[in-house]
Write a protein that binds this ligand. Structure first.
Ligand code: ATP
Ligand code: NI
Length: 308
């Protein structure tokens, strides 16, 4: 299968006055055509920063190293103008927070229509007609009425779906969604997953889904990449991950699920300024040996000395 997105040895460091936050520290992975990859891991592990780096949505004080190839094109070397073309048209970003990502004083229909007008050269009237179809597709009904309403007239779930509609209206080849189930109540989460499955089935984009919602990842993902302290510690197909993950951190993450006993992971998330020596997970790992304390494990499918 063709690899739509290839990330190679990516480093994203925030340089602050007296310290450097190594938010992403040597990450490599790929997403194939039509595939959904879930990027999971605890809060603060660097998932959003990784996603934002792909679209260069980061502040000035950032240092980025490595490569991000989109259909072979290194996005990190692309001039801003070229990137603007790709952003919104070929790569969509579905942001984390519907409350702040929709403009409260603009009708939702116009906001969803805009990327189609800007990137596809479609006129306003035609775009709005398409939006009505999209609203129906995303179950925002009655669509003819909803298209003229403002965000505050939508329920939370509808706003969430409107954001997905906005991000995907131009039929992008890659969709990066940051925590699409955040703040969505349990019953509606299933619906968000169904929505993404529908998009996946119909327009076959590649999906990079950033989430710490493991049941959501299980419903949607073909493969899973587990992030810990700025690094990917395990990449495998979704079924393997949910049935027999290898990395001790992956196992601990699964065991912390309510459906699997709600066992919290012992200890704390490590510092990204001074990460632990050796394996970054060793202070919390029951299997840590002397070697794990001193030498970082290789960056392979499983970043762990148990499987070296
Ligand atoms: N602009 C910034 N300047 C300095 N540090 C930052 C900046 N943005 C993010 N960070 C740091 O980068 C680290 C990774 O943050 P990130 O938001 O990617 O985590 P995450 O895995 O997405 O967490 P969550 O699941 O809570 O969204 C955090 O330690 C955060 O404090
Ligand atoms: Ni995040």
């Amino acid at each position: 299968m063709d690899e739509v997105l290839v990330v190679k040895d990516l480093h994203v460091h925030f340089v602050l006055e007296n310290m450097t936050v190594k938010a992403v520290d040597g990450v490599s992975f790929h997403v194939s055509e039509g595939e959904a990859l879930a990027l999971i891991g605890e809060s603060g592990s660097g998932k959003s920063v990784l996603g934002m780096t792909i679209l260069r949505l980061l502040p000035e004080n950032v240092r980025v190293g490595g490569k991000i190839l989109f259909n072979g094109l290194n996005l990190l070397e692309l001039p801003e103008e070229g990137l603007r073309e790709i952003r919104g048209r070929e790569i969509a970003w579905v942001p984390q927070n519907p409350a702040t990502s929709l403009n409260p004083v603009l009708r939702v229909g116009i906001q969803i229509a805009e990327p189609m007008e800007v990137h596809m050269g479609i006129d306003r009237k035609t775009a709005i007609q398409r939006v009505v179809g999209l609203l129906r597709y995303f179950d925002i009904n009655p669509a003819e009425k909803r298209v003229n309403q403002y965000p505050h007239q939508y329920s939370g779930g509808m706003r969430q779906r409107a954001l997905v509609a906005m991000g995907t209206s131009t039929q992008p080849r890659l969709i990066i969604a940051d925590e699409p189930t955040k703040g969505v109540d349990v019953t509606k989460k299933v619906r968000v997953a169904e929505l993404f499955r529908k998009i996946k089935k119909n327009s076959k984009p590649s999906l990079l889904i950033i989430t710490h919602d493991l049941p959501f990842a299980e419903r949607l993902a073909d493969r899973v990449a587990v992030m810990y302290c700025g690094q990917i510690v395990e990449v495998c197909d979704a079924r393997t991950f949910f049935e027999e993950p290898l990395h001790p951190y992956s196992k601990a993450l699964l065991n912390s699920l309510p459906s699997r006993g709600l066992n919290p992971i012992k200890g704390y998330s490590p510092s990204m300024v001074n990460p632990p020596e050796g394996c970054r997970f060793h202070p919390r790992c029951d299997h840590a040996t002397d070697k794990c304390l001193k030498e970082p494990p290789f960056d392979g499918e499983v970043r762990c000395w148990l499987y070296a």
